[in-house]
Design a protein around this ligand. Structure first.
Ligand code: 8YV
Length: 309
């Protein structure tokens, strides 16, 4: 049996249904009763960025062999527990890198050039009564990237196309990248117009963008988050934005998805999108194929396609 944690993609769900005895966890009224009944038949879990597998669920399923995640980020899975119990874990890297980097640039442009507001201006008929106010240039602005992994590097490459000087923070300096390294996020923020969160969420990176970092970014600086909500201290971000200590924010992720702090709804200097960085037909299909391919390889005793644990 395969346990799917929440609805994620209809193509994936249909294929899982065809190939396995599929259980949809979100449709079970009594989770504990379900687990008690099926604990000896569930061999695989399919999770994503919103629903993974914690230590309790892993312990409740003694026949669990593999967790195949429909995401690159694995912060919702207890990886330590998986290692300890010999449970394999796979994710969906590479296939979503371009889309996530594209959306980061999209958020920057939408925020600085006020595209959403411009669109509302035209639709509301206000253009007849005067031109839209001036906005802020993107080309040439310094971009600071937290985490220069696959996604961070793809954002850097795109921003270079806009003649932006690139700065970055990561745990260790990367030789040969040709971007300016800062050993702390505060220094990175001090020296960047645009700060982009592109690292994995771990205990070390939770609230990596705190009040001090936002103040270093400053009233003219903007924050872009395509990582995970908990990378940013959201309460402090709301305060910094409303008090004018932070210039703006373009956000794909939030601390309590799908809940977004309502204080943000009235602000013009924010662009809010509902965790859609990888959400194109092309990429979600490629992600689904990786989830399916990993399960197929596992049950056929072949090497996994994208093994993390
Ligand atoms: C998805 C993601 O939104 O890959 C990740 O880590 O956050 C996203 O690609 C999500 O897993 C799809 O449900």
């Amino acid at each position: 049996g395969v346990l799917m944690m929440c609805p994620m993609n209809s193509y994936l769900e249909n294929e899982l249904q065809k190939r396995y005895n599929l259980h949809r966890f979100w449709t079970c009224p009594e989770k504990s009763v379900f687990l008690e009944t099926h604990r000896n038949s569930i061999r695989a879990i399919v999770g994503n960025a919103s629903a993974g597998a914690d230590a309790k669920l892993i312990d409740d399923l003694p026949k669990l062999e593999i967790i195949s995640s429909f995401s690159v980020g694995l912060d919702k899975i207890d990886l330590g527990k998986c290692k300890e119990k010999g449970i394999r874990v796979t994710n969906t890297p590479e296939v979503l890198t371009e889309d996530v980097a594209d959306l980061a640039i999209g958020l920057i442009l939408a925020l600085l050039r006020r595209l959403c507001e411009c669109d509302r201006y035209v639709r509301s008929g206000k253009w007849k009564y005067g031109d839209f106010k001036l906005t802020t240039k993107f080309s040439g602005k310094s971009v600071g990237i937290i985490g220069l992994g696959r996604i961070g590097a793809a954002i850097a490459k795109r921003a270079q196309g806009f003649n932006c000087p690139i700065n970055y923070y990561s745990r260790t300096e990367k030789p040969d990248v040709g971007y300016k390294y800062y050993p702390t996020v505060v220094e990175l923020a001090q020296n960047s117009d645009i700060l982009v969160v592109a690292c994995a969420l771990t205990d070390e990176t939770r609230h990596i963008v705190n009040r001090e970092v936002m103040d270093a970014l400053g009233a003219k600086g903007v924050l872009i988050n395509i990582g995970r909500g908990p990378h940013v201290d959201e309460k402090e971000m709301v305060k910094a934005l409303t008090e004018g200590r932070l210039g703006g924010a373009g956000l794909d992720v939030f601390e309590q998805e799908p809940h977004v702090p309502e204080e943000l709804f009235g602000l013009e200097n924010v662009v809010l999108v509902p965790h859609v960085a990888s959400a194109t037909v092309e990429t979600r299909t490629a992600m689904a194929d990786l989830v399916l391919g990993n399960l197929e390889a596992h049950f056929a005793g072949k090497p996994l396609l994208t093994q993390v644990v």
